[in-house]
Design a protein around this ligand. Sequence first.
Ligand code: UDP
Length: 473
Amino acid sequence: MDSKANDYHMLFFPFMAQGHMLPLVDMAKLFGAHGARITILTTPVNASIIRPTIDDSVHLHIISFPSVEFGLPEGCENRIFPLSIDLRKNFYEAVASLCHPFDVVLRDLRPDCVVTDMFLPWTYHVAAARGIPRLVFHGINNFSLCTMDAYERCYSLVGEAESFVLPGLPHRIELLKTQAFDLNKLAGTPMEFLKEIFKEMNEVEPKSYGTVMNSFYELEPEYVDHHREVMGRRVWNVGPVSLCNQDVTYKSARGGEQPTLASECLKWLDKKSRGSVVYICFGSKGLFSVAQLKEIALGLEASNHSFIWVVQNGENYWFPDGYDERIKGRGMVIRGWAPQLLILNHIAVGGFVTHCGWNSSLEGICAGLPMVTWPLFAEQFYNEKLLVEVLQIGMGVGSKVHDVNPETRPIIEAIVVEVAVRNLMGVGEEEDERRRRAKELGEKARRAIEKGGSSHNEIEKLIQELINWRKHV
Ligand code: UDP
């Protein structure tokens, strides 16, 4: 690396939602490990989440968040905070109001470049006005971005068809209309405002310096190439970023420090045999109806496998009578936030039931685990396609309808959950082959960020290119 790397100052500005903030903080740490000087810009509540996972080499710069001014509860600075659907727009408006403080920060800190989330498209204009290059952080992978692009292009042709094949992609990807991540479905709902944000996002992304992706070349080579060559984007794949958290303390504190729970999980897992536990988690926003929770509970119980199940439902729990007693010793239910990286990487864990959020999917890949895929909304159905059809390390539970509302989402029955878990954890030619592929991908993931690995090289190349860019302006 050029000796100037350590005076190259990168400012990272994450969107305040766990699925966006955690990977961008990890990415910042990775660039720091390559010699760049790092500042992370955030707000007080988010700073308290980030602080236990960084060391002194990373500078946290804090600006206040106008929750109350925008009609939000005090302290509501992260999308993990439960908000009624009517208040979600206020959250995004409060975020966008950070435009001026962001400009003041750029004026005062004068970073050489900024890396900002896709949900902060206005940062492009602020940075451009100060002559600072902006890199976009996408919380998702190349495959999903290519799929979304293909969907846009065929949207008007889909008509009434129930399913359709996405045109021009390296694989034959067939999608049900109900699985598509289609912003047009938001028309007339309180979430319609998202369409405007996506519009702005799509306008400024091609003008930005480029895109940094939490992925690695060997995982989806055809789609990295497609993203670059067919969609014409300047893309650097620098992940899997979560692998920067090798230290147990960082793994347990990621997303919320809970040392007691982390040590309880470890103690519980230490007693289980290798690969015998299934981990079930639906990300930071995976809420379910009470009826669906009951089916999951019964399905897990009937599977006869040991499990850790994370339930994010706030106070809205429902478990069958005597459930806790019946699963005692075999099942652990975590209500709220779990130390996911710690659990996934424990030797006792042998399978992952996931909602297919990209971070969770990639963390499962890094841990070398086969998965049951249970997408709910956003681009999760596309990630499922990647895991099940392209990488062949996952199998679908049968979720077919993109629906953010847990109350209207079709129910997956206990028997289906039971069979899926049995297949995931079972032995047989197909199961072993899936396991072998998952393990192999996990090894490739680790190699990608090691010295000489593809992502390692991409980071070096990008920093060097940015340094050269600075010399010429
Ligand atoms: N996560 C965690 N504990 C939890 C739930 C989620 O550590 O109980 C982390 C998980 O490791 C991942 C992120 O939160 O890094 C969730 O991102 P993802 O893209 O999987 O899903 P989202 O929450 O955005 O739907």
